[in-house]
Design a protein around this ligand. Structure first.
Ligand code: ATP
Length: 571
């Protein structure tokens, strides 16, 4: 049987890395996808995104840079000291591998590389480090310099070709369906099933019709539905016609609970498996949900021993590997359930919200720590406003107004008008918060010397899959937080290809675009210094908090900034 050579992949990666145009990337990738054997499309897709499994999978290669350098040294028969020195200079394991690995004798196939990386991920127990190093060095010994460069980067999770998920999904649409409509269908399917391998296999095997049929599956997380915002609470009625269900908006951690024949898994907003953190919630779900196979969604909120809601930050104490049971009683939580995606084995994605709520009420026995979100349903905005005032008294941060219309489906990964959030802060003028990704830092001077003086913050543009800068952020940090910035945001050697920065805003230190923070901003202006939405900037930004629950692709978008800017100029 014909296999894709790993050298073919490396060649494509080299081309992708050198071009900036998204359209050209799509063209190259789609042409390439057409040439590979159908049964390898899934592994090629994972590897092109720099992974060996879906983004929610817990498969972890488990090799830090140092171990990869050891494998390179072994394969190249060089001293570790020499290799380490080169790494200090270059700061990129890929370049070090390329420089030192000689052409091997054997031709590596993509499948063989993929399978060996899985083997490495599966090694555990005593002597596992040595075994991993040995397996990888065998691959290096047979790799060409170019293959070695990309192999090393995949292993440390730094492939960063500039072609992300969207580019790959679009390329699949172009390669295998040839229709424009396909992009939307494929994107939607990826929100329902965020496993690029499954999507790729379905596209090649059953075409668009097959992709359209992809539905929720217990145990496989679904990208969560998001809410829009309005400028005035009364605008809600412009967007939602008929009944409005205003639900309490809880400020905690969003959790998707999956039960597969009674086996429960919890996923975070980033699709991480957080089952181990909440044994109390799991036990309560087992007791109080009358269904064996379901997917529920809700917010986990910390409470005091009288059941009063506490601030979100307190939940951080539950993010731990040890003494979990002790902290479950030390930091108690409530789980407020507000949606259902699957019940008794049937998908509820295409059921309107009132029907989903009815099902929730039917299968849930409310009993601490499990509750359904409290709500009121009315066509009248005055009722909604007075409910909003009430919920603030209870310690909620606002409401989520939900459409009850015939098309009020659960729309995965989409920020649409079926849900509208209205928060306490929106009432104060100029108090929007933005979720921004750190892409760089500026060295501190005076009191801040030795630490960072400011961080360079960016929005995420999903159309180009690039991070575009919006502001330089230096205020709002405590002294303690300031001191730990360099540790929290370590320097990388080069500007990543998916970060776009204006010439006059080049930071002293580049930071991998991986972490999200919430920033309060006073004013949005036009500025040539920043690249967000081709030249928007946020003035007087202040740090509010870290948003570990958000992935960089879930940061604020330039479109949202433009919308806020437009709305403000009418005030
Ligand atoms: P976003 O989720 O819109 O990207 P965000 O994470 O900053 O932004 P908010 O702006 O505070 O969150 O509002 C949306 C979030 O509110 C949801 O993702 C969910 O976690 C939370 N939430 C709390 N209560 C509810 C509810 N009753 N219905 C829907 N979402 C709720």
């Amino acid at each position: 049987m014909r296999h894709t050579k790993f050298s073919q992949l490396a060649q494509i990666y080299l081309e992708l890395e050198q071009i900036m145009s998204g359209n050209l990337m799509r063209k190259i990738l789609s042409e390439f996808l057409k040439t590979i054997p159908k049964n390898e499309i899934n592994i090629i897709s994972y590897m092109t995104l720099g992974r060996i499994a879906s983004k929610y999978s817990e498969v972890n290669i488990g090799m830090a840079e140092k171990m990869v350098l050891r494998s390179i040294a072994d394969a190249a028969k060089k001293h570790m000291g020499v290799i380490e020195k080169e790494f200090m200079k270059k700061g990129d394991v890929g370049l070090v591998a390329e420089q030192n690995v000689r052409h091997g004798r054997k031709t590596l196939s993509a499948k063989e590389v993929f399978e060996t990386l899985h083997k490495i991920a599966n090694v555990s127990g005593a002597g596992s480090q040595e075994k991993k190093i040995c397996l990888l060095s065998k691959l290096f010994a047979n790799a060409s310099p170019l293959e070695a460069k990309y192999l090393a980067r995949i292993v440390v999770g730094q492939l960063r070709l500039g072609a992300g998920e969207k580019t790959l999904l679009d390329s699949m649409a172009i390669a295998f369906t040839g229709s424009k409509k396909a992009k939307k269908t494929i994107e939607h399917a990826y929100n329902v099933c965020p496993d690029i391998g499954v999507i790729a296999k379905t596209v090649v095997k059953s075409g668009l019709a097959g992709v359209g049929k992809i539905d929720v599956l217990p145990g496989r997380p679904v990208q969560m539905m998001l809410a829009q915002r309005v400028e005035k609470i009364t605008d809600i009625t412009k967007k939602i016609r008929g009944d409005i269900a205003a639900e309490e908006k809880y400020d905690g951690e969003r959790v998707q609970a999956h039960s597969q024949n009674g086996k429960i898994t919890l996923f975070s907003r980033r699709l991480e498996n957080i089952t181990a953190q909440f044994p109390d919630v799991i036990a309560a779900l087992k007791k109080n949900i009358r269904s064996k196979t379901y997917i529920l969604e809700g917010e986990v909120v910390p409470v005091d021993n009288k059941g009063n809601l506490l601030p979100f930050q307190i939940l951080m104490a539950r993010k731990r590997k040890h003494e979990i049971e002790k902290y479950a009683s030390k930091v108690p939580v409530h789980f407020y359930i507000f949606d259902i995606l699957l019940a008794n084995g049937s998908s509820f994605l295409r059921q309107q919200y009132p029907k989903r709520r009815k099902m929730l009420e039917k299968i849930t026995k409310e009993c601490p720590p499990i509750f359904l979100s409290r709500r009121t349903v009315s066509k009248n905005i005055d009722d909604i406003e007075s409910f909003f005032d009430d919920v603030l008294q209870r310690g909620c941060e606002g409401i989520v107004a939900k459409s009850c219309a015939a098309d009020s489906y659960y729309t995965p990964g989409t920020r649409g008008w079926l849900w509208i959030k209205w928060k306490r802060e929106y009432q104060k003028e100029l108090a929007d918060t933005f979720d921004l990704v750190i892409v760089g830092a500026f060295a501190g001077r005076g009191k801040r010397s030795g630490s960072y003086g400011a961080l360079l913050c960016a929005v995420y543009n999903p159309d180009t899959e690039k991070f575009e800068t919006l502001c330089k952020l230096g205020s709002g940090f405590s002294d303690e937080q300031l001191a730990e910035l360099p540790k929290k945001f370590p320097a990388i050697k080069q500007q990543p290809s998916n970060v776009s920065v204006a010439k006059n805003m080049t930071p002293d230190i580049w930071v991998a675009p991986e972490q999200v923070i919430e920033v309060l901003g006073a004013e949005i202006t036009k500025s040539q210094l920043h690249t967000a939405g081709s030249g928007l900037a946020l003035r007087f930004p202040r740090f509010v908090r870290y948003r570990h629950d958000k992935s960089p692709e879930q940061a604020t978008t330039p479109k949202e900034i433009l919308k806020i800017m437009k709305a403000r100029s009418y005030k």
